[in-house]
Write a protein that binds this ligand. Structure first.
Ligand code: WQD
Length: 344
């Protein structure tokens, strides 16, 4: 029996992705045996070699899709999972407006298949990768877990629907312990520079876009509107380091004990930064000025979105530790060492 096989086992769906890969590193280093299920639709096999270079442990990877019930049943028959951390899903808000059925198929049907397989195999502890987009067009900042819910795109709707499925499942069976982790804006990378965010095509999100300008893959940063009701007119968001996020997942795993039920937690820093503040911070990190151009607002963007992380701090004993300078420094190190991402 290998070293890892003697450790408690956790299923990590989407473990090849940006959040998932950082979670696998964290789990291996925290004494877990993570088993990754990934359909490789949005990751490259190279990521698992990188994880092994960081931790010294090979990654157990099963290629498969959460929508495939027979694959899930084979997996649960092969391992006795203590719990599941569920990242697998599509996550581009803009894309979801063009392809709603694909988002409902992957995110909702896929999660339903997973939850059913978990129930059948008596594995009823789940950490779910949710998103601040479930707060939709909430106006009152900062956002708490009791802020009004409402999605403004099919991606956010799909997260809301899965949250509701889990709330109803836990209400019907008190053996279920579920943490709904609502991420704000994940950025940064492991400080080795070996793993990081590697979006295919032109990035939708600000940080990978800025990083690709800094490394010379894109010509200029497009500031999507500077006429918002914010201090400098550009959008304000709660950026959070990916390592802080995955540490929050570890803390959430620890509270999934009898009586927890289903509970949402905001994983944000509570500090908002504008687009221009992020660009300036990135210029400091990469040591060069970055060309920017103000263009029209993006459909669906809100002026500001940031968390009140008080409940997560109180309930999980967790708070983000890394500041904006650390986020952009780590993001830049990953991009500089991997100009073309994992296919560098
Ligand atoms: C941040 C700010 C833009 C790109 C999205 C998803 C959310 C979550 C995180 C999954 C905004 C501005 C952006 C650019 C810019 N993903 N911007 N130029 O929209 O807050 O959230 O990603 O859970 O669900 O909705 O993130 O990085 O796209 O935008 O000026 O090229 O940067 O207007 O103010 P967003 P973002």
């Amino acid at each position: 029996m290998s070293h890892q096989q003697q450790l408690p086992t956790v299923l990590v769906t989407g473990g090849g992705g940006y959040l998932g890969s950082h979670m696998v590193v964290m789990l291996q280093q925290a004494g877990w045996h993570p088993v990754v299920l990934d359909n490789f639709s949005n990751c490259q096999p190279e990521v698992f070699s990188r994880i092994e270079r960081i931790t010294g442990e090979p990654v157990t990877v099963v290629e498969g899709d959460i929508r495939d019930a027979s694959c899930l049943n084979r997996l649960f028959d092969s391992y006795s999972f203590e719990l599941v951390v569920h990242f697998a899903g599509l996550k581009a808000a803009g894309e979801s407006v063009q392809q709603p059925l694909s988002y409902y198929d992957n995110n909702v049907s896929g999660s339903l298949q997973l939850i059913q397989a978990m129930a059948y195999h008596q594995c009823k502890r789940l950490v779910f990768s949710s998103s601040a987009t479930v707060y939709g067009a909430a106006k009152q900042m900062p956002l708490t877990e009791n802020s009004p819910l409402g999605a403004v795109n099919p991606y956010g709707q799909s997260k809301l629907m899965v949250e509701q499925m889990l709330r109803d499942t836990a209400a019907a069976d008190d053996e279920w312990q579920v943490a709904l982790l609502r991420y704000f804006n994940p950025v940064g990378a492991h400080d080795s520079g070996l793993i990081g965010e590697d979006p295919g095509g032109v990035p939708n999100n600000l940080l990978p876009f800025v990083a690709q300008v800094a490394v010379g893959r894109l010509p200029e940063v497009q500031v999507l509107g500077d006429d918002y009701p914010t201090p400098d007119g550009t959008g304000v968001r709660d950026y959070i380091h990916v390592m802080d996020l995955v540490e929050g997942h570890l803390k959430a795993m620890a509270v999934l004990t009898p009586g927890h039920g289903c509970q949402a937690y905001n994983l944000g820093t509570g500090q908002g930064y504008s687009v221009l503040e992020v660009v300036r911070a990135f210029e400091q990190a990469c040591g060069k000025p970055l060309p920017t151009r103000v263009v029209a607002r993006r459909e669906g963007d809100v002026a500001q979105c940031f968390a009140d992380p008080g409940f997560s701090q109180q309930q999980l004993g967790w708070r983000a530790q890394r500041d904006l300078a650390q986020m952009v420094t780590d993001h830049w190190r990953w991009q500089q060492q991997n100009p073309q991402g994992y296919s560098s």
